[in-house]
Design a protein. Structure first.
Length: 227
C-alpha cells in the first residue's frame, strides 16, 4: 500500500484529504504543524508522497521541503492559498514536484497525486531509500547508519534485490520471482543463495536478526519486506 504524508494545519481540509486518499487505497499520515512534521522528517522518510501546505505553524512548507531534499527525492506536492507565479516558483525551486493553489478541486488533487505516485515503479528508477535508521544509496552502493555515519558497501546483486523489495513493499515475493528478476533466466543460483543475501541484510538493517522488522521469511513461499 502506498503511503502519503499530509502536512496541513486546517483540520477540516486535512480530514477531507485524508478520507478521500484512503478511499483511493492509500495509507495516510497527517501532521497539523510544521514542527511535528519536522520531527518526523528528521528521521528516515518512508512515504511515497508528501503533501505540504506552505503556511504552517512552526516551520513553513518550503523549509520542510528543503529539509526533505537534503536526504530524499520523494515526490512533494505543495498546497497553498498563495497562488501567484512567484509563490509557485519559490515552491518548485525549493524542490517541490507540483504546486496546487487553494481552493482546489478534489478530483484534480487526486489526479495530481496519481501522477506523482506512479504505479508499478521500475526498481531501476530508485536511487535512494531509507530502511530503519539507515540510508541506502543505489548509485554509490552504500548503506549508511544515520546516527553514526558507519557505512557498508553493497554488491550489484544486493542493490537489485533491495530495489525489488522496495517496489514490492508489504507483498510476499516468491523465490522464483526473485531469481528471475534479480539473477535472470541465464543464471542458475540456488534458493540458498537468496537466503544468504537475506541473512546479510538482517545483519546490516535489523536490531534483532532473529526477530526481523523489515526482511521476513515466508515459509514455503519466499520473502516479504515491510518498511
Amino acid at each position: 500500500m502506498r503511503k502519503i504524508c499530509v502536512v496541513e494545519d486546517e483540520s477540516s481540509l486535512s480530514e477531507m484529504i485524508r478520507l478521500n486518499l484512503e478511499l483511493e487505497g492509500y495509507h495516510v499520515t497527517v501532521f497539523s504543524t510544521g514542527t511535528k512534521a519536522q520531527e518526523c522528517f528528521s528521521g528516515p522518510i518512508s512515504f511515497d508522497l508528501i503533501i505540504l501546505d506552505v503556511m504552517l505553524p512552526g516551520h513553513s512548507g518550503v523549509d520542510l521541503c528543503k529539509q526533505i531534499r537534503q536526504k530524499s527525492q520523494i515526490p512533494i506536492l505543495f498546497l497553498s492559498a498563495k497562488g501567484t507565479t512567484s509563490d509557485r516558483i519559490e515552491g518548485l525551486k525549493a524542490g517541490g514536484n507540483d504546486y496546487l493553489p487553494k481552493p482546489f478541486d478534489l478530483e484534480e488533487l487526486l489526479l495530481r497525486v496519481g501522477v506523482l505516485i506512479l504505479p508499478g515503479l521500475d526498481e531501476s528508477e530508485i536511487i535512494e531509500a531509507n530502511i530503519g535508521g539507515f540510508s541506502v544509496n543505489f548509485k554509490t552502493f552504500e548503506v549508511v547508519r544515520q546516527s553514526t555515519k558507519e557505512s557498508h558497501s553493497l554488491s550489484k546483486k544486493e542493490v537489485a534485490l533491495i530495489q525489488l523489495f522496495i517496489t514490492k513493499n508489504g507483498e510476499v515475493i516468491s523465490r522464483a520471482e526473485i531469481l528471475d528478476k534479480v539473477w535472470g533466466k541465464d543464471q542458475f543460483p540456488t534458493t540458498r543463495t537468496i537466503d544468504n543475501y537475506i541473512l546479510n541484510f538482517r545483519k546490516i538493517f535489523e536490531k534483532d536478526t532473529k526477530h526481523p522488522e523489515y526482511f521476513h521469511s515466508i515459509r514455503g513461499v519466499g520473502y516479504k519486506f515491510t518498511n
